[in-house]
Design a protein around this ligand. Structure first.
Ligand code: AMP
Length: 299
């Protein structure tokens, strides 16, 4: 059906949080995004992975119905190491080893070139632009990024944002990108660049959705134990993209629902390291959390 194509990184992560550590854990924006989207759709993944990636990780992706035709193979997988202090909303990067991402050509298989929805997850904006250029038809384009690319390739990133229909970015990165402490201003600047919607993620405190007419604020899921928020942002955006691809409805009302589904899936991601909790989460659990959101939003 090819109605959702995702571009993102595949990585091996070393993570430290106040609640434990993980070494060589499955990670990367493309992995979290595709797994989260797979609750709603069958995503096609464009990425690159090294031969050093344990086989069982690849098995997990296949089990979830993720198409890997667009994943090329090289020697060494991208690696990221980071840590969190008690403020689990901010990841601090210790080291980024681009490895595979340096030789990535962002090749797009012929069957991936006319999706209805394209999610350009956090990766080098030059790869995001390259994939966009290869599309034969105009998909609904969702874009995410992170501080690393804002610092190193801001101009290219702004080019990508101008071509997006919906931009997802976290609060710290929105402030960094536009040099303002005010998220309402940052949301408006994002919309002025062209996208129909802008979503600013606020970690455990939820997300803000901006459109030209309206403003919507979704709370975070009331989790008492956050073990590792790595990938929660990618999972949020992946689930949002998956829900839109499933429903094929980009009205504001439906984008609001997609934001809430995004928050529900992201909360499952944060319950354990890597994909340890998310991989065993059932669609029914996501629906239950969606129900909790409905309840806590009533006043
Ligand atoms: P987040 O959802 O923001 O917590 O994303 C965490 C994931 O982003 C980790 O699994 C990393 O492997 C991945 N990552 C970290 N830095 C980069 C980067 N510069 N480009 C692409 N992916 C990255």
């Amino acid at each position: 059906m090819n109605n959702l194509v995702i571009l993102g990184s595949i990585g091996l992560d070393d993570i430290e949080t106040p609640f434990g550590t993980a070494k060589g854990a499955l990670g990367g924006s493309g992995i979290y995004a595709a797994c989260a989207a797979s609750f709603f759709a069958k995503p096609d993944l464009i990425s690159i992975v090294g031969k050093d990636m344990p086989k069982e990780h690849i098995g997990l992706l296949k089990q979830r119905g993720i198409d890997l035709t667009g994943v090329s193979i090289c020697e060494k997988t991208f690696r990221w190491s980071g840590f969190y202090e008690y403020d689990m909303n901010e990841a601090k990067t210790k080291k980024t080893e681009l490895n595979s991402l340096l030789e990535f050509k962002a090749e797009v298989p012929e069957v991936y070139r006319s999706p209805e929805f394209l999610f350009l997850a956090n990766i080098d904006p030059e790869h995001q632009l390259s994939v966009l250029r290869k599309m034969k038809t105009k998909p609904f384009v969702i874009v995410d990024t992170m501080n690393f690319w804002i610092a190193s390739k801001k101009d290219k990133l702004l080019e990508v944002i101008k071509k997006a229909d919906l931009v997802v970015i976290n609060e710290g990165e929105a402030r960094q990108l536009f040099g303002t402490p005010n998220l309402i201003k940052a949301g408006k600047i994002l919309l002025d660049l062209g996208p129909e919607y802008a979503v600013i993620k606020k970690g455990e405190h939820g997300a803000l959705l901006f459109s030209s007419e309206n403003y919507f604020s979704a709370p975070g899921y009331p989790l008492e134990e956050v073990k590792d928020p790595t990938g929660a942002g990618d999972s949020f955006a992946g689930a949002l993209a998956g829900y839109l691809a499933k429903t094929k409805d980009t009205s504001e009302r439906n984008v609001r629902k997609a934001v809430v589904y995004g928050s529900a899936v992201a909360s499952c991601c944060a319950e354990a390291f890597s994909l340890d909790y998310l991989k065993d989460t059932k669609y029914k659990n996501i629906k239950e959390r969606y129900g909790v959101f409905k309840k806590i939003r009533k006043f």
